[in-house]
Structures are given as structure tokens and as C-alpha cells.
Design a protein around this ligand. Structure first.
Ligand code: URA
Ligand code: SF4
Length: 216
């Protein structure tokens, strides 16, 4: 897809959306980039629109693509566990992704995750922006580098920047924000000596975010 053929999501985002449901409905038709075509369906978001905490992931994975809901695969299971371990009821959290279609490479019968590129983050950004206009969270947590780039509009380094409560998720949102690791990155370490520390660091960051949400 060339740049003119990848117009970005803006043309599909309703300008007068009064809530998340109209956005979710409209996103089903999005052809803002080429990722819609091989994917099964758009995976928009889950969770209550009144949530104090919003978690932003990278993109739906294989299982999310099949089931149409975010964070229902292995990384999602780990995330829900970490959210609970941080003392947060996962059902009270709004979950979404920086990119709303699954990007993958077909290898025989397997679909291998492919990290979205900056062009996909940019193309899909109008959806995240519209969500954050409708939602009124106290804090938006970016899970990993893709979410961080989408939220802060610049490349981020997880190791150097994680765990700090920052002002302003997106320039025009009043919500606080925090960057942490992606649960897939933690999951990949399972069996390694560093796994326990990586998991604990994710839980600590989520606790920091929850405390900030209450304090503001
Ligand atoms: N990883 C993500 O970033 N998002 C999902 O929805 C699932 C896995
Ligand atoms: Fe639209 Fe985003 Fe899907 Fe691209 S990834 S088609 S911009 S919803």
C-alpha cells in the first residue's frame, strides 16, 4: 500500500461520537491502512467507558483477531494476572490497542505476529485519539514501545522511561500517563532467570499507576 492508498483512519472516525459504541461500530469499516484486509476483524476495545484506568497495548494477537476482543490470548492472561496482583479489579479497567488490526505473516497454517510499523501506528491513531476524547480516565498506561509511541507521539525506551507518572496522555488529554513493559515481553522471559523480576516490575508499575489514579 502506498501512502496515498494508506489514508489513515480519520475518514472513518465519526466526528460526533457520543460514546465508545459508535466508535466501535464505525471501526468495523475502517480501511485506513492495509492491515484490515488479511485480518479476521477489527479488535476495538473492552471494559467500562467510565474506567479510571486505560491500558493501551500494541495490537491484537492471533486469538484476539479470531475472537474480536483484546487481551484474551496468552499475553492477555498474564496481563490480567498482573493487574490483579497490583490490587486492581481487571473488569474495572478499559483495555485497547494502539493498532486495531492484527498484523501478521502467514507461515503455512501459522500466523506469526509482526510488530506494527510507525506508519500503522500513525494510520490508526485517530481511533485512540477519539477513544481518549470520549473516555475520562485518571491514568492511561502504555504497555510497551508501540503504545508508548502512539501515546506520546515519539519513540520511547521502556528501560529508561518506565514506571514514572507523567502529565498528559496525548497533548490534549487531562489524564496522567505511565509507560511500562508489554506483557508479551514479560511472557517471552518465562523460564528465564529474569522472569520473576520482569513480572514483579510490571506489577509494581501497575501499582504506581493505580495509586496515581486514586491520588488525583
Ligand atoms: N497484545 C496486545 O498488545 N494487545 C492485545 O490485545 C493482545 C496482545
Ligand atoms: Fe483502520 Fe487501524 Fe485497522 Fe489500519 S489498523 S485498517 S487504521 S483500524
Amino acid at each position: 500500500m502506498t501512502e496515498t492508498e494508506r489514508p489513515g483512519a480519520a475518514a472513518w472516525v465519526p466526528t460526533d461520537a457520543a460514546g465508545i459504541d459508535p466508535l466501535r461500530e464505525a471501526a468495523r469499516a475502517c480501511h485506513g491502512c492495509e492491515l484490515w484486509e488479511p485480518a479476521t476483524q477489527v479488535v476495538f476495545s473492552a471494559g467500562p467507558p467510565g474506567a479510571a484506568m486505560v491500558l493501551v497495548g500494541e495490537q491484537p494477537g492471533d486469538q484476539e483477531d479470531r475472537r474480536g476482543a483484546p487481551f484474551v490470548g496468552p499475553a492477555g492472561t498474564l496481563l490480567v494476572e498482573a493487574v490483579r496482583a497490583a490490587g486492581i479489579d481487571p473488569t474495572t479497567v478499559y483495555r485497547t490497542n494502539a493498532v486495531k488490526h492484527f498484523r501478521f505473516e502467514q507461515r503455512g497454517t501459522r500466523r506469526l505476529h509482526k510488530t506494527p510499523e510507525t506508519v500503522h501506528i500513525t494510520a490508526c491513531h485517530p481511533w485512540l485519539h477519539a477513544e481518549l476524547q470520549v473516555l475520562t480516565p485518571r491514568i492511561v498506561v502504555a504497555l510497551g514501545a508501540t503504545a508508548g509511541r502512539a501515546l506520546f507521539g515519539r519513540p520511547v525506551r521502556i528501560g529508561a522511561e518506565r514506571g514514572r507518572v507523567l502529565q498528559g496522555a496525548l497533548p490534549d488529554s487531562a489524564a496522567l500517563s505511565l509507560l511500562t513493559a508489554h506483557p508479551s515481553a514479560v511472557l517471552r522471559m518465562r523460564g528465564d532467570p529474569g522472569y520473576d523480576d520482569a513480572y514483579a516490575a510490571l506489577v509494581t508499575d501497575l501499582k504506581t499507576a493505580a495509586a496515581a489514579a486514586v491520588a488525583t
